[in-house]
Write a protein that binds this ligand. Structure first.
Ligand SMILES: C[S@@+](CC[C@H](N)C(=O)[O-])C[C@H]1O[C@@H](n2cnc3c(N)ncnc32)[C@H](O)[C@@H]1O
Length: 394
């Protein structure tokens, strides 16, 4: 978005166009055609208003009520889901001057930064959008908005800091490589720890712990899932950190497991009656042994995240794990699997994998069977061998 598009969006004419066309299906389905029509009457910036309408139809699913906000495609993509940032914000409540150093369009800042806090954003247009959005979300607050590079050594960080770096490389591709993010955390963190150790950093759940270790912080790593989808990892230091080093949190129920939970040596056994597939957040946090200890499961392979049991565990939340009753388990062979599936007259199958080299889509093509979720085929590896496990959800 350009400054002139932003100004037009904020102008009475821009606002009126927004209202007039908000319910026009063309604005969402064929915005370019509508823009062509409107450009006869309005300046070129009218395109930004129509694109804004489209964003306002989709963003509320992630960000809640967006009335009065200015959104950007990248801003919505990068923003944290409201319920997740609400969870993250809880740890900041005890602090009185929080700085969000990479505030973007302000979706996190709205719940994390206190009324006397500050938000920083280095992109001129985004900083103006941020200011606008905070005046909508937090009209009573006196949060200070700074258009600045957070690597500026003059910045005063207050007593707690939130960071959500842009996790893209120079070509704009998403990356889990921390040294390619903006700002560079390896440069920024030592500058902040000169002032405060109370830092929370949102990172990609695909970033390995070794990269985090290199920041030289004593930290808690919290892997957060929304239902079954792993959304992000939070790195917590200083007084934001709890006593644990690793935590898996599953929202919306705020179910959690940590490295301080009881843990036994988990044996590797042949498959029992059921296969259990723990939420990926548990695996990413490295807490499979704690999971097996809590729910009485054994492993099929020391390194694979499908585990097995004769009794279906009672999970405290629906999204802790999926459980399946085994119907047929064989060494993976497409012909045999196809034949075995022909014996079942379900509507379709769902394929899932852990530790298996081919993607479910690649295998599905070979099997040539319809999608569905009557039956599940788990594709996995036990020792050196690949297996397919036909099962039904329980
Ligand atoms: C992932 S987005 C933040 C999203 C934000 N947490 C939200 O909820 O809307 C990262 C933001 O950091 C900004 N940024 C990147 N490098 C920066 C720097 N050195 N100083 C300040 N802001 C920076 C980017 O422009 C981008 O808007």
């Amino acid at each position: 978005m350009t400054i002139s598009e932003l100004e037009f969006l904020q102008s009475p004419v821009g606002q009126q166009v927004f209202q007039d066309f908000f319910d026009d299906p063309q604005a969402v389905q064929s915005p370019e055609r509508l823009i062509m029509k409107l450009r006869k009457k309005f300046p070129a910036e009218v395109g930004a208003v129509i694109h804004q309408i489209k964003l306002h139809h989709t963003a509320p699913e992630k960000l809640g009520d967006c009335t009065g906000l200015i959104l950007t495609q990248a801003g919505v993509e990068q923003a944290t889901r409201t319920e997740v940032s609400g969870h993250v914000a809880k740890r900041y409540r005890k602090f009185s001057s929080v700085t969000d150093g990479t505030a973007g369009i302000g979706a996190d800042a709205r719940s994390i930064v206190d009324d006397a806090g500050q938000v920083i954003e280095h992109d001129l247009v985004i900083a103006k959008i941020l200011e606008h959005n905070l005046s909508q979300w937090r009209p009573e607050s006196s949060i200070s908005v700074r258009e600045a590079d957070c690597l500026d050594p003059e910045i005063e960080w207050g007593n707690a800091v939130y960071l959500d770096p842009a996790r893209r490389d120079k070509e704009g591709r998403r990356t889990a490589q921390m040294n390619l993010w903006s700002p560079n955390l390896y440069q920024l963190i030592p500058q902040i720890t000169d002032q405060t150790h109370n830092i929370g950093i949102k990172i990609s759940p695909a970033t390995d712990w070794e990269q985090v270790d290199k920041l030289g912080l004593e930290y808690e790593g919290e892997v957060i899932a929304w239902n079954f989808r792993v959304k992000q990892t939070m790195i917590w230091t200083g007084e934001l950190k709890s006593e644990v080093s690793r935590r898996a949190t599953i929202l919306p129920d705020t179910w959690s497991l940590t490295d301080h939970d009881p843990v036994e040596n988990i044996s590797v056994t042949p498959a029992k009656t059921y296969i259990v597939e723990p939420n990926n957040a548990i695996l990413r946090a490295g807490l499979l042994d704690q999971f097996c200890t809590r729910y009485g499961c054994t492993k099929l392979d020391p390194h694979i995240g499908y585990v097995t049991t004769d009794t279906i565990p009672e999970f405290e939340s629906d999204h802790v794990a999926r459980a399946y009753r085994i119907m047929d388990m064989e060494k993976y062979n497409v012909k045999h699997l196809k034949k075995a599936l022909n014996g079942y007259h379900g509507e379709g199958i769902e394929l899932r994998r852990r530790g298996f080299p081919e993607t479910p889509d690649q295998v599905k093509k070979k099997l040539n069977i319809p999608d569905g979720n009557d039956l599940t085929v788990l594709l996995t590896r036990i020792g050196p061998s690949l297996y397919s496990i036909i099962c039904e959800k329980v």
